[in-house]
Write a protein that binds this ligand. Structure first.
Ligand SMILES: Nc1ncnc2c1ncn2[C@@H]1O[C@H](COP(=O)(O)OP(=O)(O)O)[C@@H](O)[C@H]1O
Ligand SMILES: [Mg+2]
Length: 293
């Protein structure tokens, strides 16, 4: 059952000569973990804004085509443009690149309560909802901390917990780890992976660097100037290093190793039946190298 169906979506910002998205068609299944990648300006953020309703609810421009949300209302699928912004916020949670800018409360639990109060959650349920959202993000111990005392990775997990408390079916994240150090990045990606695997939440994440996400996601979508250039499971998409090079998106090192081994004549072409799968992690690359020695 698709969660989101994007049909012939073209969007232009006001006074821009060329569209930021051009005839995009994409179906995202419920429970999928999908990564949207591409160079700066490729249209990643614009695509996420069309999915979470920032376009057309808050950002003007010319929109053609449709983004359909499944089961957003009891009557079935509806276009994002026809669901009110508060109703959308309960269905789709959004997290951005800047954890500082998203957090408004001095204490962690107040930050989680803030969104719940705004949506009129029964005060008797409040405590459980806060505790569960914090636990799901692995930050129960931060409940009474001052938000100003947290690291970037902790803040980003608080921001995720705050949207998670609203029980969204879909989480949309725009470069959520770009401001974080490697530890913070790893902690946030672990939370996203577990929310996806254990709670079936659909994850849609825009990110320029796909190395850490490739082993976690079901599908990578490469955008090129507002169009989908390539999409599929990471091991399939990584078969096309020239497209990555052309688009200015870095191919992860384990996949580069596999292509180098083909060029050196050590491995058969990667699309031949006896070729090994493209490694996605350093561990997989190590195993492949050992098998060849
Ligand atoms: N608010 C805006 N107003 C006008 N043009 C914009 C706006 N946001 C993005 N754009 C333009 O739309 C195109 C896609 O941008 P964006 O979606 O931000 O790409 P990405 O997130 O991949 O870097 C770019 O050409 C960018 O300059
Ligand atoms: Mg962007």
């Amino acid at each position: 059952m698709p969660s989101i169906t994007i049909e012939n979506l073209t969007f232009s910002y006001p006074d821009c000569s060329s569209p930021a998205l051009y005839e995009v068609n994409l179906t995202i299944e419920a429970g999928e973990f999908i990564v949207i990648t591409g160079a700066t300006g490729a249209g990643k953020s614009t695509l996420l804004r069309c999915i979470n309703g920032v376009i057309p609810h808050f950002q003007p421009g010319t929109l053609q085509g449709n983004v359909w949300l499944d089961r957003a209302t009891p009557s079935g699928r509806v276009p994002v443009a026809r669901v009110s912004a508060p109703q959308l916020a309960r269905f789709i949670g959004s997290v951005f690149d800047d954890p500082e800018g998203q957090i408004v409360s001095p204490i962690v639990e107040e930050e989680i309560a803030f969104g719940l109060e705004n949506t009129g959650v029964d005060p008797a349920q409040m405590d459980d909802r806060i505790a569960k959202a914090l636990a799901d993000c692995g930050i129960s111990h931060l409940r009474h901390r001052a938000t100003s005392s947290l690291s970037g990775g902790q803040k980003q997990r608080v921001a995720i917990a705050a949207v998670l408390a609203l029980a969204p079916k879909i989480l949309v994240l725009d470069e959520p780890t770009s401001e974080l150090d490697p530890d913070g990045t790893e902690a946030v990606l672990k939370v996203l992976f577990e929310l996806n695997k254990n709670h079936g939440i659909t994850i849609i994440i825009a990110e320029q660097k796909v190395t850490l996400l490739a082993p976690l996601c079901d599908r990578l979508v490469l955008l090129e100037k507002g169009r989908i250039a390539l999409q599929g499971p990471p091991r399939k998409v990584f078969m096309h290093p020239y497209i990555f090079a052309k688009l200015g998106v870095e191919l992860p090192a384990p996949a580069r190793l596999a292509h180098a081994l083909v060029q050196a004549g050590v491995l058969p072409p990667l699309d031949s039946p006896d070729a090994p799968p493209i490694p996605l992690t350093v561990e997989e690359a190590f195993t492949l190298s050992r098998q060849l020695l």
